[in-house]
Ligand binder design. Structure first.
Ligand SMILES: Cc1ncc(COP(=O)(O)O)c(C=O)c1O
Length: 464
């Protein structure tokens, strides 16, 4: 239980003791944190009583919205009955077994097994261990290299941050660890040559994987990993041609294909998994976040039959696992969460109702003078703020990064009761899947107001 304090008191104690993730500690102490005290449905309230529309679902995770009694009851019941037991020594608990069974049911065909972790980062650590082990067992220990992409996000552990392609993260702590290499991302605005269609660019960008495999030698490559849609990188939605071509390249070279579904899993894109929306069939899928709607930490890896068969039938002991692999309370909450997603028909709702509704709203925002690109997939969306919209096949030109236009916009969102995230000059959203059409209208009106305020602040006489 927490005590009741004033905002100033919370901020002082916060600055004195709490080192926040991805934060300049001193700068935050000067500004003071916004202290979030409660939430309901898609709204948060801060310690000053201001209501905020949470267009980011916490951190891409509160898919069923806040305050769902079924999840609260599941946690409470499990905490009373069996708050913890491990799965190491020939033991298991009913929630972990039932969740494994249910995950196999909602996953695409061919996924019958799961390895549990406590987070998405740990899930990706498991991926690294597992794909290298797979090739060891098959007598090809030379296949060690995992290919990932620049501007990817796969977590913040040593392996997760190494798989990710964030230069800021690699600059600290001696990353990436050996055996992980990166290719360029399929980001049309930045990386497509002039005059090239999106579809042609998708094929070109996928070809960068083949180039890298040729350079390294296929007999040294274990796997390729990617987010179906890069989330933390700025909701980069690849052209429709990209993923099927990646699949063909992996198949051609016998390389394992890993889909990091930590954001895109559990309905976010209008299918249970983003790889289904993007039209490819991975061998492994990392998940976390939406599996419990973030009510309690849980992650893991869905292991497809190609890998599972080798690990199970030929692998002997797999020397890997976490204390909280299959934590019974987390698994009980996940079971309640997935059942609720089904009961409410959220995956279909995203695909057929609120997803298309959001897409139509974003299309209208495209006309705003600041917006160069407005894209959505299911309930993920990005607005690219540009200096002008002429030239470069209609792509226009980016603002000078030093102006931090995204941060200007984010500050207006903050002040106007809207949580929207800025990744460079890409303003991104991923609202709870329970959002209604009326609430999307409310969110779009807030976004438009914040765009207008930003435009008034950053427009120059030469702006289009
Ligand atoms: C695609 C992806 N993978 C992995 C992670 C890491 O998950 P966690 O923060 O639970 O470790 C994230 C977190 O945002 C993510 O977006």
């Amino acid at each position: 239980m927490t005590t009741t304090r004033t905002t100033k008191e919370w901020q002082a104690a916060d600055a004195a003791h709490f080192l926040h993730p991805f934060t300049d500690f001193q700068a935050l102490a000067r500004k003071g944190s916004r202290v979030i005290t409660r939430a309901d449905n898609i709204y948060l309230w801060d310690s000053d009583g201001q209501r905020i529309l949470d267009a980011m679902s916490g951190l891409w995770c509160v898919n069923v919205g806040y305050g769902q009694q079924a999840l609260i009851d599941a946690a409470t019941r499990q905490l009373k009955e069996l708050p913890f037991y491990n799965a190491f020594f020939q033991t298991a608990t009913p929630p972990a077994i039932e969740l494994a069974e249910l995950l196999a049911e909602v996953s695409p065909p061919g996924f019958e097994h799961v390895f549990f972790s406590g987070s998405g980062s740990e899930g990706n650590d498991t991926v690294v261990r597992m794909v290298r082990r797979y090739w060891d067992i098959l007598g090809q220990p030379g296949r060690q290299v995992i290919i990932s992409r620049k501007n990817a996000y796969h977590g913040s552990t040593m392996a997760g941050a190494s798989l990710g392609g964030m230069t800021g993260m690699h600059a600290q702590g001696g990353l990436p660890i050996p055996g992980i290499v990166h290719i360029e991302q399929p980001y049309w605005f930045e990386n497509a040559p002039d005059g090239m269609s999106r579809d042609a660019f998708g094929l070109l960008a996928a070809g960068w994987l083949e180039d890298k495999i040729t350079e390294i030698g296929a007999d040294k490559v274990a796997a390729f990993i990617g987010e179906p849609i890069q989330g933390a990188g700025g909701v980069i939605i690849p052209p429709a041609t990209y993923w099927p071509e990646i699949q063909r390249i992996c198949d051609r070279h016998g390389i394992l294909l890993v889909s990091d579904e930590v954001i895109t899993g559990f309905g976010r894109t209008g299918r249970w998994f983003g790889s289904e929306t993007m039209g490819f069939k991975p061998d492994l899928m990392t998940f976390a976040k939406g599996v419990t709607s973030g009510y309690i930490p849980l992650g893991g890896v869905m292991v497809g039959e190609r890998v599972a068969k080798v690990l199970i039938e030929q692998g002997g002991e797999f020397n890997h696992g976490y204390t909280y692999s299959g934590h019974p309370v987390a698994c009980a909450v996940a079971l309640a969460n997935i059942k609720l997603v089904r009961e409410l028909g959220l995956v279909e709702r995203v695909r057929e109702d609120v997803g298309p509704y959001l897409a139509a709203g974003f299309e209208q925002l495209q006309a705003h003078p600041l917006v160069g690109e407005a894209q959505t997939c299911g309930l993920m969306g990005a607005l690219l703020l540009v200096k002008d919209k002429t030239g470069r096949d209609g792509r226009g030109h980016a603002f000078d990064a030093a102006l931090e236009v995204g941060m200007v916009c984010r500050a207006h969102c903050f002040a106007n009761g809207l949580i929207m995230r800025a990744v460079g000059d890409r303003m991104i959203i991923a609202p709870p899947l329970v959002i209604t059409q009326a609430q999307i209208d409310e969110m779009l009106a807030l976004i438009r107001r914040c765009l207008d305020l930003t435009w008034a602040e950053v427009r120059t006489p030469t702006s289009a």
